[in-house]
Design a protein around this ligand. Structure first.
Ligand code: KG4
Ligand code: ZN
Length: 344
């Protein structure tokens, strides 16, 4: 089965073709970074318009690269939420219309399920069940994953997502958007111990009575950075030290919560995905943790940590192969709890 995947939930237009026998045949991504950079963040209306401009040329390019004619495509998958409503509707309308024209089944995919399954595009993919850490610009969550669609949330952020904290810190330091890679780059020459930033909700679990649990909170960390930066000259050394200390705090929190989650689930596999999973320090830290706990850790290739069409094509293949597809109507959900998916 050969499936075309479309990702248009935010500021990347991603298109890919996945084949159940041959694997990933081709994928293309157009990042809108240059379009939004002057605004310091994504402007929804500009994002929607650019998806309209880029999606069809990318689909043509992917089909050409994969030497695939329309008749060879057996199904279409598009991201139907969560994300920016207008941007989602571009992918939904296009995916649904192509499926109608080509007379093939079509399925709307949950963006975070796409991320969750993205390590399965790599050699030696993880098998179910596993514990997952999903870290992106809009989500920070730990989930117990039993099978496709069976996701129980163990913990999530009560305020900012971790990627959002990276983005806001970068903005504060004048590093621009998107913030995660900029912080990681600036942190390379900084001292991670220069500022003792808080590790929210990781309190000493034994001495403090109530266990802080598996939820996250990143607003306190953000406030601590704001306070440290106030009235300071933003020299390159200062920026590097703030970036390194912030990154160390964020990575610490994620690693501590992963350890607790793995203790709770007893899982032998940890899957880490979403934009922040591209972070090198986080990968190193979780690889060490996995060794310590005799657990195997799985990441997508860094290119597929951030938004892409390949993960949507793959999730679409799994769901279409399980017999799921949708009627002619289509929709998009700006908000969509992943737990609502259910088994297929
Ligand atoms: O998954 P993604 O591409 O889009 C969403 O679904 O949100 O994640 C984007 C987020 C942004 O907040 C970005 O700053 C962050 O992932 N990110 C990183 C890195 N690369 C991207 N954060 C930390 N380190 C990175 N290397
Ligand atoms: Zn994403």
């Amino acid at each position: 089965m050969r499936v075309l995947g479309l990702e248009t939930s935010c500021d990347d237009t991603g298109v890919a073709l996945y084949d159940s026998d041959e694997g990933l045949l081709a994928h293309q991504l157009f990042s809108q970074t240059d379009l939004h950079i002057d605004y310091g963040g994504v402007v929804p209306e500009l994002a929607s318009r650019d998806h309209i401009r880029k999606a069809l040329p990318l689909i043509r390019a992917v089909m050409q690269e994969a030497k695939t004619q329309a008749e060879q495509i057996h199904g279409i998958a598009y991201t139907s939420g969560p994300g920016l409503a207008g941007a989602l509707l571009v992918g939904a309308a296009l995916g649904r219309s192509l499926a109608y024209a080509w007379n093939v089944p079509c399925v709307g995919i949950h963006h975070m399920e796409g991320h969750l399954l993205s390590p399965m595009l790599e050699p030696d993919p993880p098998a179910f069940p596993f514990t997952a850490l999903l870290v992106s610009g809009g989500h920070t969550l730990l989930a117990d994953v039993q099978a496709l669609g069976q996701y129980a949330i163990l913990g999530e952020s009560l305020d900012d997502a971790v990627g959002e904290a990276f983005d806001k810190t970068a903005k504060l330091l004048g590093l621009g958007y998107p913030g995660g890679p900029a912080i990681a780059q600036a942190a390379r020459t900084g001292n991670p111990q220069q500022f003792d930033f808080p590790r929210p909700m990781t309190g000493t679990r034994k001495t403090h009575g109530a266990h802080p649990g598996l939820n996250f909170s990143f607003s306190g960390l953000k406030t601590a950075v704001v306070t440290a930066v106030q009235n300071q000259a933003l020299t390159p050394e200062f920026i590097a030290d703030i970036a390194a200390s912030f990154e160390a705090a964020a990575v610490d929190v994620l690693a501590i919560k992963c350890e607790w989650a793995l203790e709770q689930t007893g899982a032998k596999r940890l899957v880490v995905a979403g934009g922040v999973s591209a972070n090198r320090k986080l990968r190193e830290r979780l690889t060490q943790l996995a060794e310590k706990l005799s657990v195997r850790v799985y990441f997508p290739r860094p290119e597929f940590s951030t938004d892409n069409g390949a993960m949507i094509a793959y999730a679409g293949y799994l769901r279409l192969a399980a017999g799921q597809h949708e009627p002619l109507s289509f929709g998009a959900r700006a908000r969509w709890p992943i737990e609502e998916l259910g088994a297929v």
